[in-house]
Design a protein around this ligand. Structure first.
Ligand code: MN
Ligand code: MN
Length: 461
């Protein structure tokens, strides 16, 4: 009787029941690299900078329009330091299409406002406007670091990082003590901590003079000593507070990774590593996108709705006298973004038969969206069948995934912006627990399988 069930039923195995000893060694090796990347790349700018360094180490050069290209050439386009596109030129013409993997390197965080600095009751603070979808109560009483840039009128841009170096101070948003939290605790979790309440504590010593705003003056003078900036320079700054937690192995068995920004640097690293690991010219040209602004809707010059992508691709196509539209029509895109992992602490929002599970491999989302699949690209059955075949042949462990129960909520990725360009696109990525929190959790096995999945797509044909 067992045979007929094996033959007719679809059953998945825990990844650890499928793995060889060598795979386990390779997985640990891969995850060490990822953890180091995640520790260092705390903003989209830092991720792009690090990715460029890694790519140049592997022989990638900045692509300049008009450059002649041959199979095996490795090029990249840095879009304003905030998003990055890399390509390895294939043996076939771009007319035959490309294999694209697109992930995003921006993550939810606490941005400073343009007039951030103020003093209240002899304490100095930064005003903030959060970026992306966050549960605000999670961002108080945790250590924060400050990252970003200050662009000066003279054209110079100053990099700011405070709190990453163990010798640096860090920052915090305070919360009410439970002893006085009676009224607060009656509020909903959405209202308990407000957006305008996310003010970052940055100092308390008054400047030694008689005037007003003495603590504000003292912290401004520290910033002036360290960076040479004055208060007006905040107007043209992009400064952001991110969680200061170290990326760590989680669990007694060390099978999980906890850290800030898995969404979506876990997929960004997978596709970056995959394109850097292409040892010979692929059949089709492989493209790797590290996008910005996904968490705020992919708008803007560095988001996936920007024609910066068309410009890069068109320039590549021009070098082979191929129309861009034909290249796009024959291309295939893995929209590499994280998905929600089933959490046994919150089974009520999930539909177990269709939600992704930790340790079951790369999560494929045929569709995303919310309320009747609204706002999704919904990949075709044929595209899913293609991936089934590819992953079966390449030993990639994967699972079908949907973001929670019907009408429970939903989410989007860059998939629809790629599909709208007439590129067959499907979402694929790592299942995450506590997504969009300051300390997200992923399984090493799923991280490794996502890398193998992108690599298989690049090496196909
Ligand atoms: Mn994402
Ligand atoms: Mn997200």
């Amino acid at each position: 009787m067992a045979e007929i069930r094996d033959e007719l039923f679809y059953r998945q195995k825990n990844g650890y029941d499928t793995m060889t000893t060598q795979q386990r060694i390779d997985m640990e090796d891969y995850c060490r690299g990822y953890m180091a990347f995640l520790n260092e790349a705390r903003t989209e700018r830092e991720a792009v900078k690090l990715a460029v360094e890694m790519a140049e180490d592997k022989g990638f050069v900045e692509y300049i329009d008009g450059m002649q290209l041959k199979a095996g050439d490795k090029v990249y386009r840095n879009n304003r330091g905030k998003s990055l596109m890399l390509a390895v030129i294939g043996k076939q013409s771009l007319e035959k299409g490309t294999v694209i993997a697109g992930a995003h390197v921006d993550s939810p965080r606490i941005d400073l406002k343009q007039n951030p600095l103020y003093e209240s009751d002899e304490l100095a603070y930064f005003k903030t406007h959060y970026y992306g979808g966050i549960k605000k109560y999670q961002w108080v009483t945790i250590p924060l670091e400050m990252h970003g840039v200050v662009a000066l009128k003279n054209g110079e841009t100053i990099d700011v990082t405070i709190g990453r170096d163990p010798a640096d101070p860090q920052f915090v948003i305070t919360d009410l003590l439970p002893h006085l939290g009676k009224d607060q605790m009656k509020k909903t979790m959405e209202e308990g901590i407000t957006g305008e309440g996310l003010n970052i504590l940055i100092g308390s010593i008054p400047y030694a003079d008689e005037g007003s705003d003495r603590v504000k003056l003292a912290v401004m003078s520290i910033l002036n000593d360290r960076y040479g900036i004055v208060e007006e320079d905040f107007l043209s700054a992009e400064l952001t507070a991110v969680p200061a937690f170290e990326v760590r192995e989680i669990g007694l068995d060390r099978s999980l990774i906890g850290g800030y920004g898995h969404d979506d640097r876990v997929c960004a690293y997978a596709e970056l590593k995959a394109i850097l690991d292409l040892d010979k010219a692929p059949e089709k040209t492989c493209v790797c996108i590290l996008a910005d602004k996904e968490e705020t809707g992919s708008d803007g010059v560095s988001g996936m709705q920007s024609s910066a992508f068309e410009c890069f691709m068109e320039e590549l196509c021009d070098s082979q006298n191929v129309p861009l539209r034909r290249c796009f029509a024959n291309s295939f895109c893995l929209s590499a973004d994280v998905t929600a992992a089933f959490d046994p602490n919150f089974p009520e929002v999930s539909e177990k038969r269709n939600d992704a599970k930790l340790n079951y491999g790369m999560g494929i989302c045929k569709f995303t969206g919310a309320r009747g699949k609204s706002g999704t690209s919904d990949a075709s059955a044929e595209v899913v069948a293609y991936l089934r075949k590819l992953f079966a042949e390449s030993g990639v462990v994967w699972q079908m995934s949907e973001l929670g129960k019907v009408d429970q909520g939903g989410g989007g990725t860059i998939a629809k912006y790629m599909a709208n360009r007439n590129i067959d696109t499907i979402d694929a990525g790592v299942p995450v627990m506590s997504m969009h929190s300051p300390f997200e959790v992923v399984a090493k096995f799923d991280c490794f399988m996502t890398y193998l999945g992108v690599l298989a797509a690049y090496k196909a044909f």
